[in-house]
Design a protein around this ligand. Structure first.
Ligand SMILES: Cc1ncc(C[n+]2csc(CCOP(=O)(O)OP(=O)(O)O)c2C)c(N)n1
Ligand SMILES: [Mg+2]
Length: 415
Protein backbone atom coordinates (compact mmCIF):
# COMPACT_ATOMS: atom_id res chain seq x y z
CA UNK A 1 0.00 0.00 0.00
CA UNK A 2 1.80 3.10 -1.23
CA UNK A 3 1.21 6.52 0.27
CA UNK A 4 0.11 8.91 -2.43
CA UNK A 5 -3.34 10.30 -1.64
CA UNK A 6 -4.26 13.27 0.49
CA UNK A 7 -5.17 12.58 4.10
CA UNK A 8 -8.79 13.37 3.29
CA UNK A 9 -8.84 10.89 0.42
CA UNK A 10 -7.40 8.15 2.60
CA UNK A 11 -10.07 8.83 5.18
CA UNK A 12 -12.81 9.04 2.54
CA UNK A 13 -12.03 5.52 1.40
CA UNK A 14 -12.23 4.35 5.00
CA UNK A 15 -15.46 6.22 5.67
CA UNK A 16 -17.20 4.80 2.62
CA UNK A 17 -16.11 1.23 3.34
CA UNK A 18 -17.43 1.57 6.90
CA UNK A 19 -20.61 3.20 5.64
CA UNK A 20 -21.08 0.43 3.06
CA UNK A 21 -20.78 -2.20 5.76
CA UNK A 22 -22.96 -0.36 8.25
CA UNK A 23 -25.73 0.23 5.70
CA UNK A 24 -25.79 -3.47 4.86
CA UNK A 25 -25.68 -4.50 8.53
CA UNK A 26 -28.64 -2.27 9.21
CA UNK A 27 -30.53 -3.82 6.33
CA UNK A 28 -29.92 -7.30 7.72
CA UNK A 29 -31.67 -6.13 10.90
CA UNK A 30 -34.52 -4.66 8.86
CA UNK A 31 -34.74 -7.92 6.90
CA UNK A 32 -35.05 -9.93 10.09
CA UNK A 33 -37.78 -7.58 11.24
CA UNK A 34 -39.58 -8.43 8.00
CA UNK A 35 -39.31 -4.86 6.76
CA UNK A 36 -37.35 -5.57 3.60
CA UNK A 37 -39.39 -6.52 0.57
CA UNK A 38 -37.71 -9.15 -1.60
CA UNK A 39 -34.13 -10.40 -1.52
CA UNK A 40 -31.20 -8.93 0.33
CA UNK A 41 -27.65 -9.33 -0.93
CA UNK A 42 -24.42 -8.70 0.91
CA UNK A 43 -21.06 -7.32 -0.14
CA UNK A 44 -19.42 -8.25 3.17
CA UNK A 45 -15.69 -8.51 2.50
CA UNK A 46 -16.03 -6.94 -0.97
CA UNK A 47 -16.42 -3.32 0.14
CA UNK A 48 -12.94 -2.35 -1.05
CA UNK A 49 -13.94 -3.17 -4.65
CA UNK A 50 -17.11 -1.06 -4.84
CA UNK A 51 -15.61 1.84 -2.89
CA UNK A 52 -12.11 1.84 -4.41
CA UNK A 53 -13.33 1.68 -8.02
CA UNK A 54 -16.22 4.15 -7.75
CA UNK A 55 -13.91 6.59 -5.95
CA UNK A 56 -11.77 6.69 -9.10
CA UNK A 57 -14.66 8.19 -11.11
CA UNK A 58 -15.37 11.87 -11.59
CA UNK A 59 -18.76 13.36 -10.89
CA UNK A 60 -19.66 13.52 -14.59
CA UNK A 61 -18.81 9.83 -15.13
CA UNK A 62 -21.42 7.10 -15.23
CA UNK A 63 -21.80 3.85 -13.35
CA UNK A 64 -24.23 0.95 -13.20
CA UNK A 65 -24.13 -1.18 -10.06
CA UNK A 66 -24.75 -4.89 -9.63
CA UNK A 67 -26.16 -6.48 -6.47
CA UNK A 68 -22.95 -6.18 -4.44
CA UNK A 69 -22.17 -2.56 -5.27
CA UNK A 70 -24.08 -0.51 -2.72
CA UNK A 71 -20.70 0.93 -1.75
CA UNK A 72 -20.32 2.36 -5.25
CA UNK A 73 -23.76 3.99 -4.98
CA UNK A 74 -22.82 5.62 -1.67
CA UNK A 75 -19.56 6.95 -3.12
CA UNK A 76 -21.45 8.38 -6.10
CA UNK A 77 -23.71 10.27 -3.72
CA UNK A 78 -26.80 8.11 -3.11
CA UNK A 79 -28.22 8.71 0.37
CA UNK A 80 -28.53 5.71 2.69
CA UNK A 81 -32.23 6.54 3.14
CA UNK A 82 -32.78 5.90 -0.57
CA UNK A 83 -31.07 2.52 -0.29
CA UNK A 84 -33.21 1.63 2.76
CA UNK A 85 -36.47 2.85 1.24
CA UNK A 86 -35.78 1.11 -2.04
CA UNK A 87 -35.31 -2.20 -0.21
CA UNK A 88 -38.45 -1.52 1.82
CA UNK A 89 -40.49 -0.60 -1.31
CA UNK A 90 -41.48 2.74 0.23
CA UNK A 91 -43.32 5.49 -1.62
CA UNK A 92 -40.47 8.00 -1.15
CA UNK A 93 -37.91 5.59 -2.62
CA UNK A 94 -36.31 6.34 -6.00
CA UNK A 95 -38.73 3.96 -7.75
CA UNK A 96 -41.64 4.94 -5.47
CA UNK A 97 -41.97 1.35 -4.32
CA UNK A 98 -42.28 -0.13 -7.78
CA UNK A 99 -38.99 -1.99 -7.61
CA UNK A 100 -36.73 -3.32 -4.88
CA UNK A 101 -33.08 -3.98 -3.96
CA UNK A 102 -30.69 -1.58 -5.67
CA UNK A 103 -32.80 -1.50 -8.82
CA UNK A 104 -32.86 2.21 -9.31
CA UNK A 105 -30.83 4.81 -11.13
CA UNK A 106 -30.41 8.55 -11.35
CA UNK A 107 -29.91 9.69 -14.92
CA UNK A 108 -30.36 13.39 -14.15
CA UNK A 109 -27.85 14.11 -11.42
CA UNK A 110 -25.71 11.26 -10.20
CA UNK A 111 -25.34 9.51 -13.56
CA UNK A 112 -26.35 6.08 -12.35
CA UNK A 113 -27.92 3.52 -14.67
CA UNK A 114 -30.27 1.13 -12.92
CA UNK A 115 -29.03 -2.46 -12.66
CA UNK A 116 -30.37 -5.10 -15.03
CA UNK A 117 -31.10 -8.51 -13.50
CA UNK A 118 -29.86 -10.42 -16.53
CA UNK A 119 -26.21 -10.91 -15.76
CA UNK A 120 -23.90 -9.27 -18.29
CA UNK A 121 -26.48 -7.02 -19.93
CA UNK A 122 -25.07 -3.91 -18.33
CA UNK A 123 -21.89 -4.39 -20.36
CA UNK A 124 -23.35 -3.45 -23.76
CA UNK A 125 -25.61 -0.88 -22.09
CA UNK A 126 -22.68 0.89 -20.42
CA UNK A 127 -20.66 0.57 -23.62
CA UNK A 128 -23.51 2.47 -25.25
CA UNK A 129 -23.40 5.11 -22.51
CA UNK A 130 -19.65 5.48 -23.03
CA UNK A 131 -20.08 5.80 -26.81
CA UNK A 132 -22.95 8.27 -26.43
CA UNK A 133 -20.73 10.43 -24.22
CA UNK A 134 -18.16 10.46 -26.97
CA UNK A 135 -20.66 11.42 -29.66
CA UNK A 136 -22.05 14.19 -27.46
CA UNK A 137 -18.57 15.58 -26.97
CA UNK A 138 -18.37 14.81 -23.23
CA UNK A 139 -15.22 13.24 -21.84
CA UNK A 140 -16.95 10.71 -19.67
CA UNK A 141 -16.06 7.19 -18.62
CA UNK A 142 -18.63 4.47 -17.93
CA UNK A 143 -18.09 1.74 -15.35
CA UNK A 144 -19.91 -1.39 -14.32
CA UNK A 145 -19.25 -4.61 -12.39
CA UNK A 146 -19.74 -8.29 -13.15
CA UNK A 147 -19.22 -11.49 -11.16
CA UNK A 148 -17.19 -14.58 -11.97
CA UNK A 149 -20.45 -16.34 -12.88
CA UNK A 150 -21.68 -13.40 -14.94
CA UNK A 151 -18.45 -13.41 -16.93
CA UNK A 152 -19.57 -16.67 -18.55
CA UNK A 153 -22.71 -15.23 -20.13
CA UNK A 154 -22.87 -14.69 -23.85
CA UNK A 155 -23.61 -11.01 -23.48
CA UNK A 156 -20.42 -10.49 -21.45
CA UNK A 157 -18.45 -11.57 -24.49
CA UNK A 158 -20.59 -9.80 -27.06
CA UNK A 159 -20.55 -6.65 -24.99
CA UNK A 160 -16.83 -6.64 -24.32
CA UNK A 161 -16.02 -7.34 -27.94
CA UNK A 162 -18.27 -4.48 -29.00
CA UNK A 163 -16.72 -2.13 -26.42
CA UNK A 164 -13.25 -3.15 -27.59
CA UNK A 165 -13.86 -2.63 -31.28
CA UNK A 166 -15.56 0.70 -30.58
CA UNK A 167 -12.72 1.73 -28.25
CA UNK A 168 -15.41 2.79 -25.81
CA UNK A 169 -14.26 4.66 -22.69
CA UNK A 170 -15.51 1.85 -20.50
CA UNK A 171 -14.07 0.15 -17.41
CA UNK A 172 -15.36 -3.26 -16.38
CA UNK A 173 -14.67 -4.59 -12.90
CA UNK A 174 -14.85 -8.38 -12.67
CA UNK A 175 -15.44 -9.35 -9.03
CA UNK A 176 -14.09 -12.85 -8.78
CA UNK A 177 -15.48 -13.83 -5.38
CA UNK A 178 -14.97 -17.53 -6.18
CA UNK A 179 -18.67 -18.45 -6.08
CA UNK A 180 -21.72 -18.03 -8.27
CA UNK A 181 -24.63 -19.22 -6.12
CA UNK A 182 -23.24 -22.61 -5.01
CA UNK A 183 -20.94 -23.12 -8.02
CA UNK A 184 -17.23 -22.64 -7.36
CA UNK A 185 -15.43 -20.71 -10.06
CA UNK A 186 -13.18 -23.68 -10.90
CA UNK A 187 -16.26 -25.65 -11.98
CA UNK A 188 -17.39 -23.08 -14.48
CA UNK A 189 -14.25 -21.48 -15.96
CA UNK A 190 -11.09 -23.34 -16.99
CA UNK A 191 -8.89 -20.30 -16.32
CA UNK A 192 -6.84 -19.31 -13.33
CA UNK A 193 -7.22 -15.62 -14.05
CA UNK A 194 -10.51 -14.34 -15.38
CA UNK A 195 -8.62 -11.24 -16.53
CA UNK A 196 -7.38 -13.47 -19.36
CA UNK A 197 -10.80 -13.13 -20.93
CA UNK A 198 -9.63 -9.66 -22.04
CA UNK A 199 -7.08 -11.22 -24.39
CA UNK A 200 -9.87 -12.48 -26.61
CA UNK A 201 -10.89 -8.89 -27.27
CA UNK A 202 -7.46 -7.32 -27.54
CA UNK A 203 -7.99 -5.10 -24.53
CA UNK A 204 -5.87 -4.44 -21.49
CA UNK A 205 -6.56 -6.04 -18.16
CA UNK A 206 -5.37 -5.90 -14.59
CA UNK A 207 -5.44 -8.36 -11.71
CA UNK A 208 -5.88 -6.77 -8.29
CA UNK A 209 -6.20 -7.88 -4.68
CA UNK A 210 -9.86 -7.06 -4.20
CA UNK A 211 -9.46 -6.80 -0.44
CA UNK A 212 -6.94 -3.97 -0.73
CA UNK A 213 -8.82 -0.72 -1.19
CA UNK A 214 -5.77 1.29 -2.18
CA UNK A 215 -4.81 -1.23 -4.85
CA UNK A 216 -8.38 -1.19 -6.13
CA UNK A 217 -8.46 2.61 -6.18
CA UNK A 218 -5.09 3.16 -7.86
CA UNK A 219 -5.72 0.51 -10.52
CA UNK A 220 -9.20 1.82 -11.24
CA UNK A 221 -7.86 5.38 -11.40
CA UNK A 222 -5.26 4.37 -13.96
CA UNK A 223 -7.86 2.46 -15.99
CA UNK A 224 -10.30 5.39 -15.90
CA UNK A 225 -7.58 7.74 -17.11
CA UNK A 226 -6.61 5.36 -19.92
CA UNK A 227 -10.21 5.01 -21.00
CA UNK A 228 -10.75 8.77 -20.85
CA UNK A 229 -7.66 9.28 -22.99
CA UNK A 230 -9.30 7.21 -25.74
CA UNK A 231 -7.28 4.05 -25.25
CA UNK A 232 -10.33 1.81 -25.17
CA UNK A 233 -11.97 -0.36 -22.54
CA UNK A 234 -10.15 -2.05 -19.66
CA UNK A 235 -11.02 -5.15 -17.65
CA UNK A 236 -10.00 -5.32 -13.99
CA UNK A 237 -10.22 -8.64 -12.19
CA UNK A 238 -10.56 -8.21 -8.42
CA UNK A 239 -9.68 -11.37 -6.50
CA UNK A 240 -11.92 -11.69 -3.48
CA UNK A 241 -14.40 -13.92 -1.69
CA UNK A 242 -18.15 -13.88 -1.12
CA UNK A 243 -18.35 -14.03 2.68
CA UNK A 244 -22.13 -14.53 2.91
CA UNK A 245 -24.43 -16.76 0.91
CA UNK A 246 -25.82 -15.65 -2.43
CA UNK A 247 -28.53 -13.75 -0.54
CA UNK A 248 -30.08 -13.85 2.94
CA UNK A 249 -31.88 -17.13 2.22
CA UNK A 250 -28.59 -18.99 1.58
CA UNK A 251 -26.49 -20.18 4.55
CA UNK A 252 -23.71 -21.18 2.09
CA UNK A 253 -22.90 -24.41 3.88
CA UNK A 254 -21.22 -25.60 0.69
CA UNK A 255 -18.28 -23.25 1.26
CA UNK A 256 -15.28 -25.06 2.83
CA UNK A 257 -14.47 -23.83 6.34
CA UNK A 258 -10.77 -23.35 5.55
CA UNK A 259 -11.60 -21.15 2.60
CA UNK A 260 -13.87 -18.98 4.70
CA UNK A 261 -11.25 -18.70 7.46
CA UNK A 262 -8.55 -17.74 4.95
CA UNK A 263 -10.58 -14.83 3.64
CA UNK A 264 -12.03 -13.73 6.95
CA UNK A 265 -8.46 -13.13 8.09
CA UNK A 266 -8.14 -10.74 5.13
CA UNK A 267 -11.05 -8.47 5.91
CA UNK A 268 -10.60 -5.34 3.74
CA UNK A 269 -11.65 -2.91 6.46
CA UNK A 270 -9.40 -4.46 9.10
CA UNK A 271 -6.48 -4.48 6.64
CA UNK A 272 -7.02 -0.84 5.78
CA UNK A 273 -7.36 0.17 9.43
CA UNK A 274 -3.99 -1.41 10.04
CA UNK A 275 -2.49 0.60 7.21
CA UNK A 276 -4.08 3.88 8.33
CA UNK A 277 -2.93 3.36 11.91
CA UNK A 278 0.61 2.51 10.77
CA UNK A 279 0.73 5.69 8.67
CA UNK A 280 -0.62 7.82 11.52
CA UNK A 281 -3.70 8.68 9.50
CA UNK A 282 -6.14 7.21 12.00
CA UNK A 283 -6.08 6.69 15.76
CA UNK A 284 -8.62 5.34 18.23
CA UNK A 285 -10.22 8.78 18.59
CA UNK A 286 -10.55 9.30 14.83
CA UNK A 287 -11.99 5.85 14.44
CA UNK A 288 -14.58 6.48 17.13
CA UNK A 289 -15.55 9.78 15.54
CA UNK A 290 -16.17 8.12 12.19
CA UNK A 291 -18.13 5.35 13.87
CA UNK A 292 -20.33 7.86 15.69
CA UNK A 293 -20.84 9.92 12.56
CA UNK A 294 -22.05 6.81 10.69
CA UNK A 295 -24.25 5.61 13.56
CA UNK A 296 -25.93 9.01 13.90
CA UNK A 297 -26.45 9.33 10.16
CA UNK A 298 -27.86 5.84 9.74
CA UNK A 299 -30.24 6.11 12.69
CA UNK A 300 -31.66 9.24 11.07
CA UNK A 301 -31.81 7.68 7.64
CA UNK A 302 -33.47 4.49 8.94
CA UNK A 303 -36.09 6.51 10.86
CA UNK A 304 -36.87 8.48 7.74
CA UNK A 305 -37.22 5.27 5.73
CA UNK A 306 -39.38 3.57 8.35
CA UNK A 307 -41.70 6.57 8.51
CA UNK A 308 -42.10 6.77 4.76
CA UNK A 309 -45.45 5.33 3.62
CA UNK A 310 -45.96 2.40 1.32
CA UNK A 311 -47.31 3.45 -2.09
CA UNK A 312 -51.11 3.84 -2.39
CA UNK A 313 -52.63 0.77 -4.14
CA UNK A 314 -53.89 2.79 -7.12
CA UNK A 315 -50.31 3.83 -7.86
CA UNK A 316 -49.69 0.30 -9.16
CA UNK A 317 -51.50 1.15 -12.39
CA UNK A 318 -49.61 4.38 -13.13
CA UNK A 319 -46.28 4.61 -14.89
CA UNK A 320 -46.72 1.23 -16.52
CA UNK A 321 -46.75 2.51 -20.08
CA UNK A 322 -44.74 5.36 -21.58
CA UNK A 323 -46.84 8.51 -21.66
CA UNK A 324 -44.53 10.63 -23.78
CA UNK A 325 -42.82 13.73 -22.48
CA UNK A 326 -43.62 13.26 -18.81
CA UNK A 327 -42.11 9.78 -19.06
CA UNK A 328 -38.95 10.57 -20.98
CA UNK A 329 -38.04 14.02 -19.81
CA UNK A 330 -34.32 13.46 -20.11
CA UNK A 331 -32.69 15.23 -22.98
CA UNK A 332 -29.25 14.55 -24.37
CA UNK A 333 -26.68 17.08 -23.21
CA UNK A 334 -25.09 18.09 -26.50
CA UNK A 335 -21.71 19.66 -26.17
CA UNK A 336 -21.27 20.04 -29.92
CA UNK A 337 -23.72 21.35 -32.54
CA UNK A 338 -26.48 18.81 -33.17
CA UNK A 339 -26.42 19.55 -36.90
CA UNK A 340 -22.86 18.39 -37.00
CA UNK A 341 -23.66 14.88 -35.82
CA UNK A 342 -27.04 14.31 -37.46
CA UNK A 343 -27.71 13.78 -41.16
CA UNK A 344 -26.84 15.08 -43.69
CA UNK A 345 -23.57 16.21 -42.07
CA UNK A 346 -23.18 13.25 -39.76
CA UNK A 347 -20.07 12.03 -41.51
CA UNK A 348 -17.90 14.91 -40.24
CA UNK A 349 -15.05 14.03 -37.97
CA UNK A 350 -15.84 13.67 -34.26
CA UNK A 351 -14.40 16.33 -31.95
CA UNK A 352 -12.90 13.64 -29.80
CA UNK A 353 -10.78 11.48 -32.03
CA UNK A 354 -9.84 8.01 -30.97
CA UNK A 355 -6.49 6.83 -32.27
CA UNK A 356 -6.69 3.41 -33.83
CA UNK A 357 -10.46 3.34 -34.20
CA UNK A 358 -11.46 1.07 -37.05
CA UNK A 359 -7.95 -0.23 -37.59
CA UNK A 360 -8.71 -3.51 -35.83
CA UNK A 361 -6.32 -2.85 -32.99
CA UNK A 362 -7.25 -3.42 -29.35
CA UNK A 363 -5.94 -1.27 -26.52
CA UNK A 364 -3.35 -3.99 -25.92
CA UNK A 365 -1.99 -3.08 -29.34
CA UNK A 366 -0.75 -6.54 -30.15
CA UNK A 367 -3.90 -8.18 -31.32
CA UNK A 368 -4.66 -6.52 -34.64
CA UNK A 369 -6.77 -9.05 -36.51
CA UNK A 370 -5.09 -8.64 -39.89
CA UNK A 371 -5.71 -11.89 -41.68
CA UNK A 372 -4.30 -13.31 -44.86
CA UNK A 373 -5.48 -11.27 -47.79
CA UNK A 374 -6.68 -8.32 -45.67
CA UNK A 375 -6.30 -4.80 -46.96
CA UNK A 376 -5.80 -1.84 -44.68
CA UNK A 377 -9.02 -0.11 -43.55
CA UNK A 378 -10.50 1.98 -46.33
CA UNK A 379 -10.90 5.71 -45.99
CA UNK A 380 -13.15 7.97 -48.03
CA UNK A 381 -12.70 11.67 -48.58
CA UNK A 382 -16.07 13.43 -48.16
CA UNK A 383 -15.93 14.77 -51.77
CA UNK A 384 -15.52 11.26 -53.07
CA UNK A 385 -18.25 9.65 -50.98
CA UNK A 386 -20.31 7.38 -53.16
CA UNK A 387 -17.46 6.87 -55.61
CA UNK A 388 -14.57 4.59 -54.80
CA UNK A 389 -12.71 4.28 -51.51
CA UNK A 390 -9.19 5.64 -51.19
CA UNK A 391 -6.73 3.21 -49.70
CA UNK A 392 -4.96 4.91 -46.81
CA UNK A 393 -1.71 3.82 -45.22
CA UNK A 394 -2.18 2.15 -41.84
CA UNK A 395 -0.69 5.07 -39.91
CA UNK A 396 -2.99 7.66 -41.42
CA UNK A 397 -6.01 5.42 -40.90
CA UNK A 398 -5.10 4.97 -37.24
CA UNK A 399 -5.46 8.70 -36.63
CA UNK A 400 -8.90 8.87 -38.16
CA UNK A 401 -12.12 8.39 -36.35
CA UNK A 402 -15.66 7.38 -37.45
CA UNK A 403 -16.02 7.87 -41.17
CA UNK A 404 -18.91 7.13 -43.46
CA UNK A 405 -17.63 4.54 -45.88
CA UNK A 406 -19.83 3.47 -48.79
CA UNK A 407 -21.07 -0.09 -48.52
CA UNK A 408 -19.07 -1.15 -51.57
CA UNK A 409 -15.87 0.23 -50.03
CA UNK A 410 -16.36 -1.46 -46.68
CA UNK A 411 -17.01 -4.76 -48.43
CA UNK A 412 -13.85 -4.24 -50.41
CA UNK A 413 -11.89 -3.41 -47.25
CA UNK A 414 -12.99 -6.59 -45.59
CA UNK A 415 -12.13 -8.90 -48.45
C1 LIG B 1 -28.29 -14.29 -17.50
C2 LIG B 1 -28.59 -14.70 -16.09
N1 LIG B 1 -28.48 -15.98 -15.74
C3 LIG B 1 -28.74 -16.37 -14.46
C4 LIG B 1 -29.15 -15.45 -13.53
C5 LIG B 1 -29.48 -15.87 -12.11
N2 LIG B 1 -28.40 -15.42 -11.21
C6 LIG B 1 -28.48 -14.30 -10.50
S1 LIG B 1 -27.12 -14.00 -9.58
C7 LIG B 1 -26.39 -15.44 -10.12
C8 LIG B 1 -25.03 -15.82 -9.64
C9 LIG B 1 -24.06 -14.78 -10.04
O1 LIG B 1 -22.78 -15.15 -9.65
P1 LIG B 1 -21.61 -14.14 -9.92
O2 LIG B 1 -21.73 -13.57 -11.28
O3 LIG B 1 -20.36 -14.85 -9.58
O4 LIG B 1 -21.91 -12.94 -8.90
P2 LIG B 1 -21.92 -12.97 -7.30
O5 LIG B 1 -23.31 -13.37 -6.88
O6 LIG B 1 -20.91 -13.94 -6.85
O7 LIG B 1 -21.61 -11.58 -6.90
C10 LIG B 1 -27.22 -16.11 -11.01
C11 LIG B 1 -26.88 -17.38 -11.66
C12 LIG B 1 -29.29 -14.10 -13.96
N3 LIG B 1 -29.66 -13.14 -13.12
N4 LIG B 1 -28.99 -13.76 -15.22
MG1 LIG C 1 -19.25 -14.74 -7.84
Amino acid sequence: MKKELTRQQYLDLYYYMRLNRAVEEMMVKLFRQNKIVGGLYSSLGQEAISVGTAYALEKKDWLAPMIRNIGALLVKGVRPRDVFMQHMAKYDSPTKGKDGTSHFGDLDNLHIVSPISMLGDLIPVMTGVAMAGRYLGQRIVAMTWIGDGGSSTGVFHEGLNFAAVQKAPFVLILENNLWAYSTPVRKQVPLENLADRAKAYGIESYIVDGNNVLAMYSTAKEAVEQARAGEGPILIEAKTFRRMGHAQHDPAEYVPKEMRAYWEARDPIALYEKFLTGENLLDAKGRKEIEEKINTLLAKERDFAENSPLPPPEFAETGVYCTGDDCHKIRAKWERPIAEVTPPRSSVEAVWTVPGFGSGKGSGGAHAPIHFGDTQPAETKPAEAGKSAVQAPAKAAAKKTVKAVPASASRKARR
